[in-house]
Ligand binder design. Sequence first.
Ligand SMILES: C[S@@+](CC[C@H](N)C(=O)[O-])C[C@H]1O[C@@H](n2cnc3c(N)ncnc32)[C@H](O)[C@@H]1O
Length: 211
Amino acid sequence: MIDPKLEKYAEEHSSKESDLLYRLNRETHLKMIHPRMLSGAMQGKLLEMLSCMIQAKNILEIGTYTGYSAICLAKGLPADGVLHTIEMNPELESIAKKYFAEAEIEHQVNYHLGNALEIIPQINEAFDLVFLDADKENYLNYYHLIFDKIRPGGYILADNVFWSGKVLTTPDPHDKEALGIIEFNEYIQQDDRVENVILPLRDGLSLIRKK
Ligand SMILES: C[S@@+](CC[C@H](N)C(=O)[O-])C[C@H]1O[C@@H](n2cnc3c(N)ncnc32)[C@H](O)[C@@H]1O
């Protein structure tokens, strides 16, 4: 969507990915089937900075994958801060936990293995920041489940809100992910309990603030 040359320029003139994140990125590309799901250097740095700016003490991530975004988000946490992260694929736990240990954040990460739709109602916490990055057809369900757990003035970041440009099309009625994202974006914009801005970074990142 952005001129690829400008995108490259932005990457080259942004802080470099740390060695640890570079290795996690590389291992994910070597071993995983869908490595593009990982946030990557630009979005990872943005997540880290937003987490720092918000001064989040309690973060929830929905969709851990190999742990890249979790490590970025956790960098903004104070020493007594906690990141809850939920992942349903048991095959990803060992790689994520290996890098959490290396990043020395394992004592701050509460890893939940299972379906986020079932796990979220069991977490009785107030969150400063929620990163929504799991199955797209359930974005609105996640939004409803997390809303009362976010403190007033807290934030939600929702990834992939462009869904590769499919938001501009009339999707196939069987394309639950595209329909889920379109429904989510429309709902958020009309929900007067929040304000939001969609950042045109990568596949679209919606920054939502609870009033
Ligand atoms: C896009 S990836 C997450 C990428 C990660 N946040 C990052 O930026 O590095 C989405 C992840 O959500 C997980 N997922 C999908 N549906 C889920 C559900 N219902 N409950 C928990 N995890 C789910 C998938 O297994 C996948 O690992």
